[in-house]
Ligand binder design. Structure first.
Ligand SMILES: *[C@@H]1O[C@H](CO)[C@@H](O)[C@H](O)[C@H]1NC(C)=O
Ligand SMILES: *[C@@H]1O[C@H](CO)[C@@H](O)[C@H](O)[C@H]1NC(C)=O
Length: 398
């Protein structure tokens, strides 16, 4: 009787703060897609639910007066507009909150910028053909991509800062143009060093592979962590990602077994305020190993991204302990420990969503003991579920 009564009196709700999963706060796993025809479609890639960013790789030819050209391996033939059908895939990804970005450059290609004016023309080309501008011959159709990724690995190091500046100016025309970059871990990056100094990049996924002096070697995080610290201290970016090969075959060196990643490497870097998550090369290799799924199951890469802000509405000062669980699927109550941390926010009054962080909980995915930071009082549990889309629901009072 008592329980029934209190359930009726207490008004709980678990609400996602509006900024959760949106805009610049997003993080998680970034994947490269496009360089292997056997890696599934773009739509299927996004439908895995494992990725927050998909970099379409690559625009391989541009600059220096050349006619720009994409190369998407066996996925489609860009000549004769054969890749414009990707628009619907891009839009379905975006409808699921995934940012879809065009990656320019790559390890093989023919690209360089001959002058600041050349950079300006390439920026205009990208705007008109992939972003919010207009062109009669858009290679990926009408879909408006979220931004441009700089994966510059050859040519010269000149004018990439100009390109970043010109591209960033298009953000003034409405939708933000995200700028991302994939430098290699030796600091500063040979090709992108100057461009990164502009501070114009939102997400920088540093390739911690193919470079033994700054990558993980079996059981030893020293080199990687030293390089990570330099990147996060010296580069102004919204978030820095740990870029890794998704399988041993995906790179010459630098593959990290997922257990080492979750037990040694991520714990050493994820506390950094700029830590955004993990970038993987590439979807094809991720399919071979299930790397992104393993990271997600361990719940660490996304700890920041999945930092769930829960509003607890108190009735009569009786906030109860909240049990947070992350189900495997939307319909199960599986206890997979995906959620590592949760911040519980107690509103000042019953109807506000004030974000004073009075309550804090560490979740092991099974239950979260938490206490009121002011009173130190422990609370009784309420069960909440977080589904694959990050939606929290209370499904049971206990
Ligand atoms: C790259 O482009 C330049 C300028 O258009 C051209 O001279 C050169 O032959 C090209 N190289 C390759 C490998 O296609
Ligand atoms: C880890 O690697 C660093 C750099 O190569 C080295 O100085 C250090 O001795 C290694 N630590 C261990 C425990 O092997």
């Amino acid at each position: 009787m008592m329980a029934v009564k209190s359930a009726a009196v207490l008004a709980f709700s678990c609400l996602i703060a509006p900024f959760f999963f949106s805009g610049a706060d997003a993080g998680g796993i970034a994947i490269y897609w496009g360089q292997n025809g056997n890696e599934g479609t773009l739509a299927a890639t996004c439908a895995t639910g494992n990725y927050n960013f998909v970099n379409i790789a690559f625009l391989v030819t541009f600059g220096n007066g050349q006619t720009p050209m994409i190369n998407l391996a066996g996925h489609c033939d860009p000549s004769g507009n054969g890749c414009s059908g990707l628009s619907s895939d891009i839009q379905s990804c975006q409808a699921n909150g995934i940012k879809v970005i065009l990656s320019i450059g790559g390890g093989a290609g023919n690209y360089s910028l001959s002058s600041a004016d050349d950079a300006k023309q390439v920026a205009a080309y990208l705007w008109n053909n992939f972003l919010g501008g207009q062109s009669s011959n858009r290679p990926l159709g009408d879909a408006v991509l979220d931004g441009i990724d700089f994966d510059i690995e050859l040519g010269t190091n000149l004018h990439w800062d100009d390109l970043a500046m010109y591209l960033s100016q298009y953000s003034n025309q409405g939708q933000k143009v995200y700028l991302t970059a994939a430098p290699q871990c030796p600091f500063p990056d040979t090709w992108l060093g100057d461009a990164l100094k502009t501070g114009l990049f939102d997400y920088v996924w540093v390739q911690f592979f193919n470079n033994p002096p700054c990558q993980y070697t079996s059981g030893n995080t020293t080199n990687l962590v030293n390089a990570w610290n330099q990147w996060t201290q010296d580069i102004q970016a919204t978030q820095i990602f740990l870029g890794l090969p998704a399988s041993p075959e995906a790179a010459g060196s630098g593959f990290i077994p997922v257990n080492d990643l979750t037990s040694q490497v991520l714990p050493a870097i994820k506390g950094d305020s700029k830590y955004g998550g993990v970038m993987l090369w590439s979807k094809y290799y991720d399919d071979q190993t299930g790397y992104s799924s393993s990271i997600k199951a361990a719940g660490i890469a996304n700890a920041r991204n999945k930092f769930v802000k829960v509003v607890i509405r108190e009735a009569q000062g009786k906030v109860q302990r909240l049990k947070l669980t992350a189900p495997q699927s939307q319909n199960s109550e599986s206890t997979a420990p995906r959620l590592q941390r949760s911040e519980l926010i107690a509103p000042q009054s019953q109807n506000s969503e004030l974000t004073t962080p009075q309550l804090f909980a560490e979740s092991n995915g099974l239950s979260s003991r938490y206490r009121n930071a002011e009173s130190g009082q422990e609370r009784n549990p309420v069960n909440c579920a977080i589904n694959g889309n990050g939606i929290i629901k209370i499904y049971k009072y206990v």
